[in-house]
Structure formats: C-alpha cells, structure tokens
Ligand binder design. Structure first.
Ligand SMILES: [Zn+2]
Ligand SMILES: [Zn+2]
Length: 226
C-alpha cells in the first residue's frame, strides 16, 4: 500500500516525499555551470572567464540550483526557523547533483564551521546537518572538528564583497594537532549556500595550507552573479 505521508515543502501537494517529483523537475534541473565555481553559464564551457583569470582555491563546485525560489525559503526555514529536519531533503538533492557531476570522490567531508557564538545561538550547524547525511549516504567520513572558525567578527551578510574577503583572512584554521590527517587528501567542503565564494575561498585556503591535496565545494544553492 502506498502511503501519502508527507506534503511537498514547495507546492503542498500530498505525496511520498518532502519534495515532489514535479518540483524537483521544475527547480532542481541541472543547468550549465562553471565546474570550478558553480556559476551559471550561458555557454556550455567547462570553466568561466573569472575562474580562468583568477582560479579559486577549490577545484570543483557542485550545487543543486541557483539561490532563489524555492531554495531560499527552504534554506531559511532549515537555518533560521529551527527546522533542521529539512536537511534530509536538501542533502538528498545535493547528493543527486553530486552523482550527476564529474566531481571526483573526496576522502573526507568537512562542514564549513560556524563561529562558536553563532553555533550557540542557532543550536546546530546547518552545514554539518548536510555533511553528516551526505557522509552516511556516500560512505565517506565527515568531520566537524578538523576545521575551526575561532572567531566571527562582523556578520558577513552586512559586508560588501571586498570587505567580506578582508574579514575572512585568518577566519579558518585546521586543528594544529590534526594537520597530518589532511596530508595528501582530497576533501569536500559542505555548506548550504555559496554567496560570493569568499567564505569558501578562505576555508579552502586554510585546508590547502594545512596540507590537503585538493578541496572541492558542495553547496545546495549558488547565488547568481548580480
Ligand atoms: Zn511540489
Ligand atoms: Zn567559475
């Protein structure tokens, strides 16, 4: 017997999953993107002009969709309205995007950490909620303790692009006792949204400096260029 146990989070249709097949087809269809930074591309080329000129420290970006309807609402509910259970839906779509991508398999998944004050305020790190589900599904270890974010100065959202980058210099560090665990390994950084990429750049740079062989980025949504 089929059970119609759940309502689609987007269109409210009753069905078997938290995101119905119609909404997945409509909102999670893969589109041509830069393989390096995840930005939408008008032409099916591998890498965008910006990444050719100034390659980011991460090698591949996988994302489900642009940050916009309905992902903005789902992520806001997941992150700010205390609905961590939405991680299952979001991680499921991200897993499908990873499977459809050419990104090489990582040896470890690392959530982009929150600063301690933010973690205390929210009660959970949304990136860890995604990373641990992906790790379980893919059979890859995930680690929330390896990469640290010791302090958070100003809210990133309140800053412009150049200020964000400056604010993030030195924002991340690898646990100094565990640097050896990164040596020569490919890791995937997991987060909910990639906005300018400043956070991802800073985190990836810290991982490469600590000896990681390569860093990839797995995010649910990518903010389009303005
Ligand atoms: Zn739906
Ligand atoms: Zn790019």
């Amino acid at each position: 017997m089929r059970t119609l146990a759940s309502q689609c989070e987007v269109c409210r249709q009753w069905g078997e999953a938290a995101l119905c097949a119609d909404c997945i087809a409509r909102f999670a269809t893969p589109l041509p993107r830069c393989g390096r930074c995840g930005l939408r591309l008008a032409l099916p080329v591998a890498v965008c002009g910006a990444c050719l000129r100034d390659p980011p420290p991460f090698e591949h970006t996988v994302c489900v969709a642009d940050y916009g309807f309905p992902w903005d609402a789902l992520i806001a509910a997941f992150k700010f309205r205390g609905r961590p259970e939405l991680a299952t839906v979001l991680a499921g779509r991200l897993r499908a995007a990873i499977a459809a991508s050419a990104a090489p398999p990582p040896q470890c998944l690392l959530p982009v950490p929150l600063a301690p004050a933010r973690l205390a305020e929210r009660g959970y790190n949304q990136a860890w909620e995604l990373a641990r589900r992906l790790a379980h599904a893919l059979g890859v270890p995930a680690d929330a303790q390896l990469l640290w974010r010791p302090a958070d100065g100003v809210h990133q959202a309140a800053l412009g692009r150049a200020e964000r980058q400056r604010n993030l210099v030195g924002a991340f560090m690898v646990d100094p006792r565990r640097r050896g665990e990164l040596a020569g390994r490919r890791v995937a950084l997991v987060d909910d949204v990639m906005t300018t990429g400043a956070t991802a750049r800073a985190a990836a740079t810290a991982l490469l400096r600590a000896g990681a062989a390569a860093v990839d980025l797995w995010v649910v949504a990518r903010t389009p260029e303005d």
